[in-house]
Design a binder for this molecule. Structure first.
Ligand SMILES: Nc1ncnc2c1ncn2[C@@H]1O[C@H](COP(=O)(O)OP(=O)(O)OP(=O)(O)O)[C@@H](O)[C@H]1O
Ligand SMILES: [Mg+2]
Length: 229
C-alpha cells in the first residue's frame, strides 16, 4: 500500500486497480485546525458510521466511492476530487447563523444547498455558482448533477435518521470522478461531517468538540449504536 495523502482525519493509500484504502485517524480538528485533539477510538466510529451510511446510499441507488469495509477504514474507488464542498442544510446552525444572522433552529424547507471552495489556506470560503463555473471547478451541468445527488442523498439520510428519532441538521459532501469517469459521492459521511440532534436537541456530532473540546468517542459510539440498531 502506498500512502498518497495524509489529511487531518484520514490517510489515503493507493492499493492499485483504481482503488484506495481510506484509514480513519483518531485526530480531530475544529475551526480550521484552531483546536486539535486525539481521542482513542474516534476514528473507528467515524469509519463504522461512514460505512453504514455509504451502504445505505448505495442500496438506494446513489453512486458513491465506497467498495467494502476493512480494518479501521474502507476500500473505495480512487477519485479525482472536485475542489468544491457541497453543504446541505435542513436546519440553521453553525456558520450560516453567524454569516447571515438567521436564527439557530430555523428549518429550511426545501433544504438549502451551499458551496465552499476546498482550500485550507483560505479557510474553505463560501462560493457562488458563478465562481465555480468561472474558475473551472465544475461546468453548469455538473453543478446541477452534484446538487441533485446531494439533495437525494440528504433525503435518504434524513429519512433514515428520523426513523431513529434523530434530526439530520446539515451535512457536507465531497464529490469526485472515478478513473472510469463516474461522478460519485466520496470522502466520509460521519459525525465529523454532518450534524445530528436527538429529539431533546442534544448534539451527537463534532459540535460537542467544537463547543467543549471534550472527548467525543463516547458520543460517536452512542450515535453508532443508535444508527446500527
Ligand atoms: N476516493 C477517494 N480518492 C481520492 N481521494 C479521496 C477519496 N475520498 C476522499 N479523498 C480525499 O482524501 C483526503 C482525506 O483526508 P482528510 O479528510 O483527512 O483530509 P482533510 O484534512 O479534511 O483535508 P482536505 O479535505 O482539505 O484535503 C481528502 O483530501 C479527500 O478529499
Ligand atoms: Mg476531510
Amino acid at each position: 500500500m502506498k500512502l498518497i495523502y495524509e489529511g487531518k482525519s484520514k490517510k489515503v493509500y493507493d492499493i492499485g486497480d483504481g482503488k484506495v484504502f481510506l484509514e480513519f485517524k483518531d485526530e480531530v480538528t475544529a475551526f480550521n485546525a484552531q483546536f486539535k485533539a486525539e481521542f482513542k477510538g474516534k476514528g473507528y466510529y467515524c469509519f463504522k458510521i461512514s460505512s453504514l451510511l455509504f451502504k445505505l446510499l448505495k442500496d438506494n441507488g446513489i453512486p458513491t466511492h465506497f467498495i467494502e469495509e476493512d480494518t479501521n477504514g474502507f476500500k473505495a474507488y480512487m477519485v479525482r476530487i472536485i475542489p468544491v464542498e457541497v453543504v446541505v442544510r435542513n436546519i440553521a446552525t453553525g456558520s450560516i447563523v453567524k454569516r447571515l444572522g438567521i436564527n439557530k433552529g430555523y428549518e429550511f424547507n426545501p433544504p438549502l444547498v451551499e458551496y465552499f471552495y476546498k482550500s485550507d489556506e483560505l479557510g474553505d470560503p463560501l462560493v457562488c455558482k458563478s465562481h465555480i463555473i468561472r474558475f473551472g471547478w465544475m461546468r453548469e451541468e455538473e453543478i446541477d448533477r452534484v446538487e441533485s445527488l446531494a439533495l437525494e442523498a440528504t433525503y435518504i439520510l434524513t429519512d433514515f435518521f428520523s426513523k431513529k428519532s434523530l434530526k439530520l441538521v446539515d451535512i457536507k459532501y465531497e464529490f469526485g470522478y472515478t478513473e472510469d469517469g463516474r461522478l460519485v459521492i466520496a470522502d466520509e459521511i460521519s459525525p465529523d461531517t454532518f450534524r445530528v440532534w436527538t429529539s431533546e436537541g442534544e448534539s451527537l456530532d463534532k459540535d460537542v468538540f467544537r463547543n467543549t473540546q471534550r472527548d467525543i468517542t463516547e458520543v460517536y459510539k452512542r450515535l453508532h449504536e443508535i444508527l446500527s440498531s
